[in-house]
Design a protein. Structure first.
Length: 213
């Protein structure tokens, strides 16, 4: 959920988040590869996405083509010509690369999945039903974020056959990520970075703390 969501129609928001959900293929494919092969592939795809963003900004022909293809899905700040901004797709790929590079596999996969699933729920529910504010977003959107994140953590706990401490650490990290998402504007961080980084750091720290108890 971003503060610029009102700049595209709700139908376009749904379509944008549908593409966002397709990014769940990233952790699924990553788990089928060895770590460094996955990182190299992510770096290559991220570089390609960054090149497309540059062309969108500096090359008139490429901009015209890209706007014809995905123009209605881009937010206002992504369309600006006077200042360069990365698109959400590039931020997601950067987040994936950093998350899988820095954090242990189980935490990285969960953190990235929380980004994709919970950000989607927060944006769609918050935009439709949000009235009361929470930091810079809506309270209902942040609650939707946290609840859906709990489900994501529980799902990966079951799939990885991990102990209950994984869920406890993940639940606490989910709340931290929901707060980071709501405060991403004032933190001057894209929420695609703020969410997995805050989740990963808190989950990692809580895992260390719980293992020492």
């Amino acid at each position: 959920m971003t503060g610029t969501s009102a700049q595209i129609t709700y139908a376009s928001e749904i379509a944008r988040k549908g593409i966002h959900l397709a990014s769940l293929l990233i952790p699924i494919i990553y788990l089928q590869l060895d770590h460094w092969t996955g990182i190299v592939i992510l770096c290559a795809i991220t570089a390609a996405s960054l090149l497309i963003d540059v062309l969108l900004h500096v090359h008139a022909g490429s901009r015209q083509l890209l706007l014809a293809l995905v123009g209605p899905l881009l937010r206002q700040h992504e369309l600006r010509e006077d200042r360069f901004h990365l698109t959400g797709a590039s931020w997601v790929l950067i987040a994936a690369t950093l998350t899988f590079l820095v954090f242990p596999t189980t935490i990285a996969v969960t953190a990235f999945s929380v980004l994709i699933v919970s950000d989607t729920f927060a944006a769609l529910i918050g935009r439709r039903y949000g009235q009361r504010e929470f930091i810079d977003k809506s309270l209902v959107g942040s609650v939707a974020f946290a609840v859906s994140a709990f489900v994501v953590v529980a799902a990966w706990q079951a799939l990885f056959s991990l102990p209950s401490s994984f869920f406890i650490a993940g639940a606490i990290a989910s709340v931290a990520a929901a707060i980071a998402e709501a405060a991403s504007s004032r933190l001057r961080l894209d929420d695609n970075i703020a969410i997995p980084c805050s989740y990963g750091i808190v989950h990692w720290l809580m895992s260390v703390l719980l293992s020492s108890c």
